[in-house]
Design a binder for this molecule. Structure first.
Ligand SMILES: Cc1cc2nc3c(=O)[nH]c(=O)nc-3n(C[C@H](O)[C@H](O)[C@H](O)COP(=O)(O)OP(=O)(O)OC[C@H]3O[C@@H](n4cnc5c(N)ncnc54)[C@H](O)[C@@H]3O)c2cc1C
Length: 421
């Protein structure tokens, strides 16, 4: 085995292409490269299909079914499970920490797709008491937490304490926050049939956002429909409002209110993966790798970047770079794989539409020439997501979960025991 200058074992990336990150961007580049092969470095051995994360949090889907094992999704790629910690552009090697030590991996072309992390703000108590909603562990933790609140409410004798347990505050009214709130409130509604002593305890679901409306990404009329639907279900929507502080049993808001709660979920946007700072590549003011229209890192001949961690110019939307969505990461991956194997061409993608679910049987969708809401939008959103999931075996597992959910009541077992070990 060869060694680099620091004595680390060195290997060469399969097919000469080294991909950092096995999420939407990285995994799809490897998949589109097909039999040319690539080496993927990733923290997990699966790609998370994040559009289905809210359903995993509510137990509608088995969490394992909303991830796709990278070795199955990209059978021609080599997977190195580990953390990319450094880049040496002179020797064209990346340092990777794995469970079996640190390795250097050589490349001819490097693709950087390290994604994003939750964007937090320096709000007192947020880091200690807020629950994130960004990855699979967050979804599982949130489900356990919510079910545990029901158990806590059933255990107390004081009605005010029970009401505090059934108060759930979500900060961030973009897709992730709205979909997570809608799914989890369905979970609680279904679960409460098994808690007869809680029948008369009021639930309080609250959605807070600094912006003047919820779901600012979608056309106003659909956003208003979503807001009206949530309000009809009793959700207390506070727009133009910010979280001021969080304590173990309460939060305070900028409108002066103090809400007694044990549940604060923070879904207020994402920021580029901080690990990108260790690579020495040009970053913009939001920590994203700067790339040109070919998806090539500025002033680099053989380093490329895409996804949430890159500032990607799009010829179809010249006035703004791509937003952090899987829809965009997937199209960027397709163009990048083509640019690696043929004559590089600029990236160009016009969004096909926007879809979201608002809990069971309700949704909103805007596709060319069509604006849908209610059941039709819910059905379209689910069908679209199912179509997007790679591998037939994964699609079938998801359909099986959905079918079981139609026929049987929701599972209400909670596994916070795993977090305590
Ligand atoms: C709750 C939620 C719901 C969403 N719903 C939708 C939706 O409905 N529709 C939509 O279009 N988009 C949705 N998104 C956005 C979408 O998930 C992202 O835009 C997409 O995943 C970006 O792809 P990516 O490859 O840049 O990053 P990711 O998919 O996050 O992948 C990043 C990869 O980098 C790896 N990594 C990180 N650091 C290192 C390191 N140091 N070394 C090695 N590997 C590392 C990670 O393990 C991961 O594999 C949602 C996001 C969230 C959080």
């Amino acid at each position: 085995m060869a060694c680099d200058g620091k004595g680390m074992p060195t290997r060469q990336a399969r097919g000469g292409t080294l991909i950092l990150g096995g999420g939407f961007g990285g995994a799809y580049v490897a998949r589109y490269l097909g039999s040319r092969g690539a080496t993927i470095v990733s923290l997990e051995n699966f790609m998370l299909f994040s559009p289905m994360l809210p359903e995993a949090a509510s137990g509608m889907l088995e969490p394992r079914h909303c991830v796709i094992p990278l070795r199955m999704m990209c059978p021609h790629a080599e997977l190195l499970l580990g953390r990319a910690t450094g880049l040496d552009e002179e020797t064209r090697t990346v340092e990777v920490e794995t469970d079996s030590g640190t390795h250097a991996v050589g490349y001819e072309n490097l693709v950087v797709a390290l994604g994003s992390v939750s964007r937090t703000l320096p709000i007192p108590g947020l880091a200690e008491h807020g629950l994130g909603f960004h990855d699979l562990a967050d979804a599982i933790r949130l489900r356990n937490h919510v079910l545990r609140r029901l158990e806590a409410a059933a255990a107390v004798l004081d009605p005010a304490a029970a009401a505090r347990e059934l108060t759930f505050v979500f900060v961030g009214a973009g897709y992730a926050g709205v979909e997570a709130l809608a799914e989890l409130s369905d979970l609680v509604r279904d679960a409460l049939r098994y808690y007869p002593t809680l029948r008369d305890v009021p639930q309080h679901w609250m959605l807070v956002d600094a912006a003047p409306k919820i779901l600012p990404e979608i056309p106003s009329r659909l956003g208003e429909y979503a807001a009206a639907l949530l309000a009809n279900r009793g959700v207390d929507i506070r727009v133009s409002t910010t979280l001021e502080s969080a304590m173990p049993d309460a939060v305070t808001l900028s409108d002066g209110s103090r809400i007694e709660t044990h549940t604060l979920v923070w879904t207020a946007g994402v920021r580029a993966q901080p690990a990108l700072e260790q690579l020495g590549l040009p970053l913009d003011d939001r920590g994203r790798v700067r790339v040109d229209s070919l998806l090539r890192v500025e002033e680099r001949a053989n380093v490329w970047a895409l996804g949430d961690g890159a500032r990607v110019p799009n010829e179809a939307t010249p006035d703004h770079p791509d937003p952090p969505t899987s829809q965009h990461a997937l199209r960027q991956a397709r163009r990048l794989a083509r640019n690696l194997t043929g004559e590089p061409r600029p990236y160009r993608f016009r969004m096909l539409g926007q879809v979201a679910t608002l809990g069971r049987y309700k949704g909103i969708a805007e596709v060319p020439g069509l604006r849908l809401r209610g059941f039709a939008a819910w059905w379209l959103t689910r069908s679209y997501h199912l179509y997007q999931v790679p591998l037939l075996s994964r699609k079938l597992r998801i359909v099986a979960d959905w079918t079981v959910a139609l026929l049987f009541r929701r599972d209400i077992a909670e596994f916070s025991i795993l977090q305590r070990r």
